[in-house]
Design a protein around this ligand. Sequence first.
Ligand SMILES: [Zn+2]
Ligand SMILES: [Zn+2]
Length: 351
Amino acid sequence: MAEQAEHVANIPSTMRAWQVTTPGPIDGPTAPIEMVTKPVPQPGVGETLVRVLTCGVCHTDLHVSEGDLPVHQAHVTPGHEIVGEVVANGPATTRFKLGERIGIPWLRWTCGVCRYCRSGRENLCPYSKYTGWDHDGGYAEYVTVPEGFAYRIPERLDSVTAAPLLCAGIIGYRAFERANVPAGGRLGLYGFGGSAHITAHIAIAQGIEVHVFTRGKDAQKFGLKLGAASAQGAYDKSPVKLDSAIMFAPVGDMVPNELANLAKGGTLALAGIHLSDIPALNYQYHIFHEKNLTSVESNTRRDGETFLTLADRLNIHPATTPYALDHADEALRVVKHGDIKGACVLRVGND
Ligand SMILES: [Zn+2]
Ligand SMILES: [Zn+2]
């Protein structure tokens, strides 16, 4: 006999959701995303249905909406920093109880059997699937997730605060690990949106000296308020040579200056999924002296669990700006233009 799905009584049949209809500039004449009414999805085998409480607005959502990352599913719903309440479990789904608060991140599925998955590097799985790109995400009232790829949300984090931790936080954490920051070392952060400011929190809480590079004057002030040692323009010379740097802006033109600002043996980690072309580099000036240049691709579930535990322990509390679900397009425009005090978060349902 097949196992029956379990669910709470009052799940509606339709919901409001944004979808990417005509990818293009978010501030252009034709809106790339539109709000529609569509059926509430059904959880499949091993999947949980979640009533969305909040969903963070990430730069990647902008890339998907604007077509820098061509959609993997026509009319996909963006959003992959989702906090919600479990309202139904599909067949053979037992991990979470109804009513439990869980988080749904960018990484939606990996194969589990390829050489990357088997060596603890599922972030490099060639068959991986992503929330809000391959499958509908959280700019909607309901969403499904394979239960093995969701996270429990620590009790003391409210749902607005927790949302940006699920991508901005986790990816920032992986980038921080990839940047090999020595104990008590100097770290440069290029671009200062959601991911960078959470990473600054984590670094400063561990005694690392942080230097912020961003064009936004408000973002510079915000960095200093968080405890950064300096804040300056995106292309400025660093006041000190840096052991490590993380680039959060999708601007390849910034890379030569970032490499020039590194100390000997330093590491630059490029955290974005998309980057415009990097100009020609001068070997002597940018790469010699054993400088390391690396990228960061997604994250493993272990990164996510480690980061959420650390965020709880260090009481990481990202600054957020809430938006109604109806204003997701406006939030994306704010993300595009960069000068924000912390992360934009859509409030979708009530806690
Ligand atoms: Zn795999
Ligand atoms: Zn993201």
